[in-house]
Design a protein around this ligand. Structure first.
Ligand code: UTP
Length: 289
């Protein structure tokens, strides 16, 4: 079984749900507590053993490339001022030389198209795919759980989490035949099932492990929902010939691409930090009256 070494992070979306914040600033660079959303996701990938991160970018996204580069001036200033803790933090969170790649999607034709743009950099290897606007807050980095599951199942894996029954029509939903196992074979996937027809309440959370065969399917994938090239459509075809397993995430998932999801993430991440939680709780309490 080939090891998962690389992760794809598609960051070429327009972020229309978060206008006007995203006029010139990518939504992935909005800050949750003290680091950009995308830094949280890169940290998750690296903690799971990912060695190389491929960013699929678009217009206005240069700031992401700069964020993951070394900042010599800043490092020198921190060193001069004896701010060794801050310096250590910067160094530990910056991927090493050659450990990142950036490719342009050129036009936001959909998530499936963005993933396909990474094909040459990924090559003939299975890879992780992390949607960088989806944050997973749990006891352990979720991708690490998925890697562990992959070492047992091989094939393709999709991260899922339970959502309210009344909201299943907003998500990609998987059917695992009523199994309560953390890792279970997927029988069916449906994208945004009409109300009352969802086979379960397990929604796709934005974490995947995929075989490179997906690229051949994406190459000829026709436009689907919303006129976009949809990843789910190619996964449905791939599921006819390769196994797909769901891995359940037991923590909390935040869609930071939506205003409320972003605010909720900030509250939850602040409350999960020992250095911030006590003072932050007092501030929130004061606001609630
Ligand atoms: P979303 O649909 O959440 O992102 O796509 P969006 O299109 O930026 O957001 P809205 O709906 O307009 O507010 C999920 C992920 O796929 C990426 C996005 O950047 C996001 O991380 N994506 C989406 C691309 O890279 N390219 C695309 O063409 C579409």
């Amino acid at each position: 079984m080939k090891r998962i070494r690389k992760a794809v992070l598609p960051v070429a979306g327009l972020g229309t749900r978060f206008l006007p914040a995203t006029r010139a600033m990518p939504k992935e660079m909005l800050t949750v507590v003290d680091r950009p959303v995308i830094q949280h996701v890169v940290d998750e990938a690296r903690a799971a053993g990912i060695e190389h991160v491929v960013f699929v970018t678009g217009r206005n996204k240069n700031v992401i490339e700069d964020h993951f580069d070394r900042q010599f001036e800043l490092e020198a200033t921190l060193r001069d001022r004896g701010k060794m803790k801050e310096l250590g933090l910067l160094e530990s969170e910056t991927p090493g030389a050659g450990a990142t790649s950036f490719t342009r999607q050129q036009a936001p034709l959909g998530l499936g198209h963005a993933v396909w743009c990474a094909r040459d950099i990924i090559g003939d290897e299975p890879f992780a795919l992390l949607l960088p606007d989806m944050l997973h807050l749990g006891a352990k980095p979720f991708l690490a759980d998925m890697m562990e599951a992959y070492s047992r199942t091989g094939g393709n894996l999709i991260g899922v989490y339970p959502v309210d029954e009344s909201e299943t029509n907003q998500y990609g939903i998987v059917d695992i035949g009523g199994s309560s196992d953390k890792v279970a074979e997927i029988r069916r996937m449906v994208e945004k099932p009409p109300r009352g027809t969802a086979p379960s309440n397990l929604a796709i959370s934005g974490r995947y492990i995929l075989q490179p065969t997906i690229f051949n399917l994406l190459e000829t994938q026709e436009r689907g929902a919303g006129g976009e090239i949809q990843l789910t459509d190619s996964m449905l075809t791939l599921a006819k010939s390769e196994p797909f397993h769901a891995v359940r995430f037991d923590g909390a998932v935040y869609d930071t691409g939506s205003k409320l999801g972003f605010l909720a993430a900030n509250v939850a991440y602040a409350l999960s930090r020992d250095d911030i939680a006590p003072d932050f709780k007092a501030i929130v309490k004061a606001h609630l009256g």
